[in-house]
Every structure is written in C-alpha cells, then in structure tokens.
Design a protein around this ligand. Structure first.
Ligand code: FES
Ligand code: FE2
Length: 320
C-alpha cells in the first residue's frame, strides 16, 4: 500500500499531553491505533487490537513500562513484545504474541504515525511566522482528499464564504498559473483576491495575495498577505484519512498578528470551517474522483493539478 510510505498525522500534541497517562485511541487508513505512554514517559503507537483475542488495547491500562490488555491482562512492552501472560505464570511468551507496533514521531505540533516503511520525510515548514495556533480536530464525513481539494479551491469563496473570504459580486477566479516543485507538487505562486473580511483582524475589505502549495498527498499550505499592510498568515491543512469516507483535520495558522487574542483567531477559523463543513459532507461520492467523472472549468486548474498529483503518487485511499 503506497500510503504506507508516508507519515500521517493522528493527533495534535495538545490532545494527548505529556501528563496524560491514559491510552489514546486514533483511527488511520481504516485501522484503529492506540497511542500510549509508559510510566517513564516513552510514547509508543500500536495497532489497537490485542494479538490474543482482538480486544481493544486502548481500553486497557498502563502498568509500569507496559500496556496491559483489558481482557486477559496480557502485557506488552514499548517495542510491542508480550512480556506477561498472567494466566500462565512463568511462561516466556513467544515473538508471535507481540502487539503490532508502528513508527511514531512528534513534529509541527502533531503526532505522526508511520504505518509501514515511510520513505517520504515530513514537510519542512520554514520561513513561516513564529506564532503558531493549531485548530482541531475536525471530524468530517468526507474523504481526506476532498477536504484538501476544498482548501485549494478559491471559486467557492464567493458563495460558501460570502461576506468573509468572498463577494458574490466578484465570483471570478483571476487568471493564475499552476507550477510544480521539483518533486512534482502543484503550487500557485501568486493569486489575488478581493476579500470582504480576510482575517480576524481585518477592518474591512482588502486585496489579498495568496500563495498555494501542496505539501503531501493529504496536506497543503497557503499563505495570504493583506495588501493593505495587514498581517501575513500561513495556514496548513493536515488531513488524517480515517476511513475512505471520513477524515480528521487540523489547521495550523502561522501568523505575524501578535496582538489579536488566540480565541479571536480561533473563532474566525471555526466560523470559516463551519461554512465549509456541510458542503464538504454533502459531496458525492465521498472519495475524490481522480480519473475523470466530474466536470472541470479553467478556474479549477489547481484542483485538476492536485488530482493529477495524487494519481502520480499512486494514492488509492479516499480516491476513485
Ligand atoms: S484479548 Fe488481550 S489478553 Fe486476551
Ligand atoms: Fe472554504
């Protein structure tokens, strides 16, 4: 499965803080996983299924440096090895009794899972403003690629975000050129839009210059600069494909706005996404058609490039 060559976001670091001793269940690529932290603080990621009778390990509890299954009390060490079968004292469990362990790392304020053998390193985010806010998780009943494509789509601003990011009197998408990075990721260097209310700090309408870049099959970066001297904001969508038709999203904002309180920045993003979500969940099919089947116009160049990129990557989960 080509998806196993990528790292995937599964939780924001704040959703599973250092002091949280409870196992934390997550869902990725149709599989249930469990994050757990040993008493000494070592974080691990296992398949959330006991190798004995398939019970959910996330219902168990941490005991010392082991995770204990809630059903018959088998205990697993941080590498997944089974170290104790209480019903059979003195027995050394064989390697075949191990829990399935996955790669785990923390970066960009999120926990990342490596399900197989990740070949692609995480995206590098440099030259971004240092103030970072992470919004989410948002659980959305559509595929992750539908959500990422929506993030790249500007033609919906005038309708879905009327009075905020768009103006129904100006629905046109100005000419723009899709380029590609050396490794084939689509980007638009410059896209100009009139926005009635571009950010939480906006005092009125402004011309805003956008830059879009697809980072990985299921993440993208946009940077918007208010031409009236307002803040520069960069947003990343991090999408976790939970099932073929559902995803968990986080949005990271990197902003030069040092003064607007975090709750106001958050409220603005929540209001924007609340406008997107019902539309996203209404789209049929939930999987993103990357082999034709949906009508395209010239205003959809970036969407088309994103679909071609997914196809070139060999992505199969959440697409059709
Ligand atoms: S199912 Fe986990 S110990 Fe039996
Ligand atoms: Fe939107």
């Amino acid at each position: 499965m080509i998806e196993q060559t990528w790292w995937w976001p599964v939780a924001a670091v704040d959703e599973w803080p250092q002091q949280d001793a409870q196992p934390h269940a997550v869902h990725l690529l149709g599989q249930r996983l469990v994050l757990w932290r040993s008493e000494s603080g070592q974080p691990s990621l296992f398949t959330d299924r006991c190798p004995h009778r398939g019970a959910r390990l996330s219902l168990g509890r941490v005991r010392g440096e082991t995770l204990q299954c809630p059903y018959h009390g088998w205990r697993f060490g941080t590498q997944g090895q089974c170290v104790s079968i209480p019903a059979q004292p003195g027995f050394s469990p064989p390697a075949s009794s191990a829990a399935c362990r996955h790669g785990l790392r923390a970066a960009h304020g999120l926990w990342w899972a490596g399900m197989g053998d990740p070949q692609h390193d995480l995206p590098v985010l440099d030259h971004l403003p240092s103030r970072r806010l992470i919004y989410g998780p948002f659980d959305v009943a559509t595929s992750a690629p539908r959500a990422v494509e929506n993030f790249l789509d500007t033609a919906h601003f005038a309708y879905v975000h009327e009075g905020w990011l768009g103006d129904e009197a100006h629905p046109e998408v100005p000419p723009n050129e899709v380029q590609h990075t050396a490794d084939g990721r689509p980007l638009i260097e410059r896209y100009r839009a009139w926005q009635p209310r571009a950010s939480a700090a906006a005092q009125g309408g402004a011309w805003v210059e956008y830059r879009y870049e697809v980072l990985t099959p299921f993440s993208a970066l946009l940077t918007k600069q208010d031409q009236g001297g307002g803040p520069q904001d960069s947003y990343v969508i991090w999408a976790c494909p939970q099932t073929e038709g559902s995803c968990r999203l986080w949005f990271a904002q990197y902003t030069t706005d040092e003064t607007t309180p975090a709750h106001e920045l958050r409220d603005f993003q929540l209001a924007i996404f609340a406008q997107d979500q019902p539309i996203l969940e209404s789209q049929e099919p939930k999987a993103l058609p990357i082999s034709g089947g949906e009508a395209m116009s010239a205003a959809d160049r970036l969407s088309a490039a994103y679909r071609r990129y997914l196809k070139a990557c060999g992505i199969q989960f959440g697409v059709c």
